[in-house]
Design a protein around this ligand. Structure first.
Ligand code: 13P
Length: 331
């Protein structure tokens, strides 16, 4: 990130989450994006319309969040473990004209062949997609992985210290914020804890997010988005506590909120969540399950017909989520 040394960034964190105008007011994404310095307001605004040429380049995570904030919708982030899952997600995004994040947790990265292969593949797909695609690290538990992902070209990172005590989570998320800033990419963090089971992710019992802790957390870390625990769980259907979600959104003064555990949440609940301030939804189990069903019982000679069916099944599920989130026709 040009023009901002790490020392100055930490000083900026220490002074609270001041906006471009130096106030402690609400998050105003109209003033900046990932590529123009964002809320830190350090560089010239993004000028070119990325839709002039329908082929996109890799999108920044902060840009997608900013667009979702302005448009009042949520952008979907799909965890992908192989090429056909990624292709199915992109088929849906292009058919719906929806922005999207291709995302990888540590388990997804292992399946994909490691961080370098995942980054190169996802970035290549993003470059040839006709919609904005960001490449996101989901549930990064250590700073080395965040650094490796950023160096490999991920445009958005999540640091997850949610099973740690609040002070430690804040301290480590601040260090993650420095990594994100050094590479000019977005940072998502989690407070409270979304439980359930997800391969490759360290989880424990769910803990709902406390609004006053959330306010302190975002003031002291200045993350771009906060994943909150409001009733969902990884891999399971959950019911969202909408009153808590609204309280959290007010507590963090309009910072984009992220809902993990998106599988099984009804379209109606998702629409309510978007109205209450969810700007990114994570979905994994549903598309993996659609994929698994489609390849079950496939023949023993040529996997390609079954893989094509799996890709189509993933696209169908992903497209339904886009409709519920309001991200369709936004790209
Ligand atoms: P689901 O597996 O419930 O879709 O949750 C995915 C998720 O939150 C990834 O971070």
């Amino acid at each position: 990130m040009p023009g901002l040394g790490v020392g100055r960034w930490l000083a900026c964190l220490d002074s609270g989450f001041r906006r471009n105008d130096g106030e402690m007011g609400t998050w105003d994404y109209g003033k900046g994006t990932q590529s123009d310095g964002g809320p830190h307001g350090l560089a010239a605004p993004r000028s070119a319309d990325p839709c002039e040429d329908r082929r996109m380049t890799l999108a920044g995570g902060r840009e997608l969040l900013a667009d979702a904030e302005r448009g009042g919708y949520a952008v979907p982030g799909f965890n992908v473990s192989n090429l056909e899952l990624a292709l199915g997600v992109l088929d849906a995004a292009e058919a719906r004209r929806s922005p999207v994040l291709l995302q990888f947790n540590p388990g997804n990265l292992d399946h994909f062949g490691g961080v370098a292969v995942a980054a190169a593949t996802a970035r290549t797909l993003a470059d040839s997609a006709r919609v904005p695609v960001a490449v996101h690290l989901d549930h990064g538990h250590d700073l080395e992985l965040l650094r490796a992902a950023a160096r490999a070209g991920f445009s958005s990172l999540m640091y997850d210290g949610s099973i740690k005590p609040l002070d430690l989570n804040i301290r480590e998320t601040r260090e993650a914020a420095v990594v994100a800033l050094e590479h000019g990419v977005a940072l998502e963090a989690e407070l409270g804890h979304v439980g359930g089971r997800e391969p490759g992710v360290v989880t424990s019992e769910s803990v709902l997010t406390d609004p006053s802790a959330a306010r302190r957390f975002v003031e002291e870390t200045q993350v771009d988005a906060l994943a909150v625990s409001v009733g969902t769980a990884h891999g399971l259907a959950g019911t969202v506590d909408l009153a808590l979600l609204r309280e959290l959104r007010a507590a963090v003064r309009g910072l984009p909120l992220v809902l993990h555990g998106g599988s099984g949440v009804s379209p109606r609940q998702l629409r309510d969540c978007v109205r209450a301030g969810i700007r990114k939804l994570n979905v994994s189990t549903e598309i993996h399950a659609a994929f698994a069903r489609a390849i079950a019982g496939s023949g023993d000679r040529d996997p390609r017909p079954a893989l094509l069916e799996a890709r189509a099944a993933v696209a169908a599920v992903a497209g339904e989520r886009m409709d519920a989130l309001g991200s369709a026709l936004r790209a």
